[in-house]
Write a protein that binds this ligand. Structure first.
Ligand code: GAP
Length: 494
């Protein structure tokens, strides 16, 4: 008999679309692949993730700040950054149905080959050698060519002015560097973070919410003196910490000290890797076995990186380890390129030990895809039990702090429940009121979206001025005085 059980990915997507977490953008007109809306609950999870990121990374140094910028930028920005020339993916097209595929993904999917970094000719040869045909109509595939992923737009009434949507948030801090360096009193390291939307004309956005055409990045660009790449003021705090690294096809735990001494990875880089790992394991509470750094070789690295480790999470819905972010040593590639392209001096002059030093700062980039991280939370914290599904989010990521229910809709219970609900709402909690259906169904509905605390006002509440607090994970209930709710919820919230 045909197995009708839905996959984990389908189950999560059903809940996500039905309950207002995420759903296709412009849906009523027929949505386009790679464009998604965050619904009311999804926006809460996204904002919580972004705030945790902001609080954690901006507090690493008193000279780290957040900026916000336009997403449309002049062509010259991307000539200087190298994106117009290099920001490409390999494309092949079916001669018959004209469907376009990302050639490397097609080869990986169809032939299970690892072909990272291969050039057009080599990819075309693989297609010919393996007699690969169009998976849709079995037509012949054309030679592979490179396709630039930038979106261009016409600006102004004449339409002559072509500008581009930024494909990474990183360019904003590079363009702002000169002003911010002056405004923040000329100190290095200087960190400039952006959480914002970026755009890539992905050839074949697939895997639902993972490869998008419009998405959000949270990136921190740290400008520093290249002579100090092998130092960090807090090195002693991290030198004995072990990083989870996948390299040479093996998963290893290696201390920062060893990575520095044996593999010559600089201390400034390693310090920030430990902080990224801490963010995932301690702040987001991702189980250790689902997290790793993967070192990229020269062929795989982005064109601007000298050292590049991806941050990977093992996601069942996507069939294994997937990139959620990266730690990139971009050297002076960007500031150097913009200094040349804009004819504006971006080098800095620093007076150190009575010596004047002039140099272009180097950049260490901590880069994260917000949407991929939100999907990862759904994947990792999703659970199926006999009679319910739940997201066992840590409290700090749960979209709702507490749900409030009157046990029945009579005998003063709704009045008390509404009062409790409004009081918590005014105190700044995210609360949800539900008085429809059986109490069991109401609990299930909250479990399904990951609400940790459900408060029920029952007949004893009238005399005792209390509620039952039911925990999502254990389903245990305890009685709590209404006057103590704020304190109790605050305790559980963080
Ligand atoms: N500024 C560096 C940079 O943009 P990247 O590896 O191209 O580096 C950084 O992108 C992160 O952005 C990735 O690790 C991933 O989490 C996210 N990302 C990249 N392309 C994406 C896409 N098409 N859809 C969703 N997220 C994407």
């Amino acid at each position: 008999m045909e197995n009708l059980k839905k996959s984990k990915s389908e189950m999560i997507m059903d809940i996500a679309t039905k309950r207002g977490l995420i759903y296709p953008s412009s849906e009523i007109y027929g949505s386009k692949a790679g464009f998604w809306t965050y619904g009311s609950l999804g926006t809460k999870i996204k904002n919580k993730w972004q705030n945790l990121w902001r609080n954690f990374f901006l507090s690493l140094n008193t000279n780290f700040y957040e900026i916000d910028d336009c997403t449309i930028m002049p062509k010259k920005v991307f000539e200087s950054s190298g994106h117009l020339k290099n920001f490409t993916d390999p494309l092949t097209e079916c001669e018959k149905c004209h469907f376009r595929f990302r050639a490397d993904q097609l080869l990986e999917d169809e032939l299970k080959l690892d072909i990272a970094g291969l050039k057009e000719e080599a990819l075309t040869k693989l297609i010919r050698d393996h007699k690969l045909k169009c998976p849709k109509c079995k037509g012949n595939l054309m030679d592979v060519r490179f396709f630039n992923m930038m979106f261009d737009i016409k600006v102004g009434a004449t339409g002559d002015d072509i500008m581009y949507l930024r494909p990474e948030s990183a360019q904003s801090p590079y363009l702002a560097f000169k002003r911010e360096f002056e405004a923040t009193r000329r100190k290095l390291p200087l960190g400039l973070a952006v959480i914002g939307r970026v755009y890539r004309n992905e050839i074949s956005p697939r895997q639902g919410f993972f490869r998008l055409r419009e998405f959000i990045q949270a990136e921190l660009q740290i400008f520093f003196d290249p002579d100090k790449v092998n130092e960090h003021e807090n090195w002693n705090e991290v030198k004995d910490e072990s990083l989870i690294i996948f390299s040479d096809k093996k998963l290893k735990k290696i201390t920062c000290k060893e990575l520095n001494e044996k593999l010559k990875i600089p201390k400034f880089y390693l310090y920030h890797m430990t902080k990224v790992q801490e963010f995932y394991l301690q702040v987001l509470e991702i189980p250790e076995k689902l997290f790793r750094f993967r070192e990229l070789n020269q062929e795989e690295r982005a064109f601007y990186n000298k050292i590049h480790f991806d941050i990977e999470l093992n996601l069942e819905t996507l069939g294994g380890w997937k990139e959620a972010g990266g730690v990139h040593y971009r050297t002076d590639h960007d500031l150097g390129g913009h200094q040349k392209g804009s004819n504006t001096k971006l080098e800095v002059t620093i007076d150190e030990d009575n010596k004047v030093k002039r140099f272009i700062p180097h950049v260490l980039e901590l880069s994260f895809g917000v949407d991929r991280n939100v999907w990862a939370l759904l994947d990792i914290f999703y659970k199926e039990e006999k009679e319910r599904t739940l997201f066992s989010f840590p409290n700090k990521l749960a979209p709702i702090d507490a749900a409030v229910f009157p046990l029945v809709n009579k005998d003063k219970l709704p009045e008390i429940a509404e009062k409790v609900f409004l009081e918590l709402f005014k105190q700044g909690f995210t609360v949800f009121y539900d008085d429809s259906g059986s109490i069991g169904k109401r609990y299930r509905r909250q479990d399904e979206i990951g609400t940790k605390n459900s408060l029920t006002i029952d007949f004893d509440s009238i005399k005792q001025n209390d509620v039952t607090l039911r925990d999502r994970d254990t389903m245990q209930q305890v009685r709590i005085k209404i006057k103590d709710l704020k304190e109790n919820l605050n305790k559980i919230k963080n």
